[in-house]
Design a protein around this ligand. Structure first.
Ligand SMILES: Nc1ncnc2c1ncn2[C@@H]1O[C@H](COP(=O)(O)OP(=O)(O)OP(=O)(O)O)[C@@H](O)[C@H]1O
Ligand SMILES: [Mg+2]
Length: 242
């Protein structure tokens, strides 16, 4: 089983807000081959913008409408992805994270992966997204798509996580793609020590540290053919393994 994370960076331009959802969803739907997959999508520009505007990192503060509104906006992305997948013959179904998980201080403490597993076993492609979950300390907390990918990879023993983004892979200080990193060597990466390396990608690398045994690929989903090649085992970005 493979997990494909359709990153919010691929789906939207995080600076301008430009929307690539339809194009990226179509590309994934076209390039996906038969097989077992879980698809997780990020929330992109709209999600990050509203979460910030509504201060959702503070947890639940009686702001039910704000949480609901963000979720409604994210659902528009989910709907488009599922529609494109099904139109191309893929049996994609949404599974709602807050129905199967809870958190404490922003970390998942419980995730019932059995439901996901049973859908997988029946041949469905479960689709989840970065989402809000009931949190023991904070009331509600935002759980990122990357974290959901890691948790499901551990629980369901995924062979591989493919992170689709808007960059060609993990880039070094000179902007060149680092094509291969071993799990052991992650902490030795130069730019890591230098700290010239921001949020989103750092998070994926930190998640990778929890995933020895799972191959992690970071590819560019704004380009045609990268997913096809990655699914054939070709290294078209960065691969973290070993
Ligand atoms: N060394 C690096 N190599 C590659 N990308 C980097 C690096 N440092 C920072 N980045 C940034 O990390 C971004 C990817 O992380 P980001 O969280 O923005 O995307 P995402 O996970 O696809 O989106 P979302 O969180 O909405 O799902 C890239 O778009 C790039 O701008
Ligand atoms: Mg991210």
């Amino acid at each position: 089983m493979r997990i494909i994370k359709i990153g919010g960076s691929a789906l939207t331009d995080k600076k301008s807000g430009k929307n690539y959802v339809s194009e990226v969803a179509e590309r994934v739907a076209m390039e996906l081959k038969n097989g077992r997959y879980i698809i997780i999508h990020g929330v992109g520009y709209i999600g990050h913008k509203l979460a910030k505007e509504y201060n959702l990192h503070l947890g639940f503060q009686g702001n039910a409408w704000e949480w609901a509104h963000l979720r409604a906006k994210v659902s528009e992305i989910t709907k488009e992805i599922i529609l494109k997948l099904t139109e191309h013959g893929h049996p994609a179904v949404e599974i709602s994270l807050p129905d199967v998980a809870r958190a404490d201080k922003g970390h998942i403490t419980f995730l019932d992966a059995r439901i996901v597993k049973e859908f997988l076993e029946k041949g469905f492609i479960p689709v989840l997204h970065g989402d809000g979950a009931i949190d023991t300390s904070l009331g509600l907390s935002v759980i990122s798509g990357d974290t959901i990918a890691t948790e499901l990879a551990i629980k369901l023993k995924a062979e591989e996580i493919i992170y689709g983004t808007d960059v060609d892979g993990i880039l070094d200080q000179d902007g060149r793609v680092i094509s291969q990193i071993s799990h052991q060597n992650i902490m030795n990466l130069k730019f890591w020590e230098n700290g010239d390396f921001s949020g989103g990608m750092r998070n994926k690398i930190e998640e990778a540290l929890r995933l020895k045994g799972t191959i992690i690929r970071i590819i560019n989903l704004r380009k045609d053919g990268t997913l096809t090649k990655a699914l054939q085992g070709e290294n078209v970005g960065t691969v973290i393994e070993g």
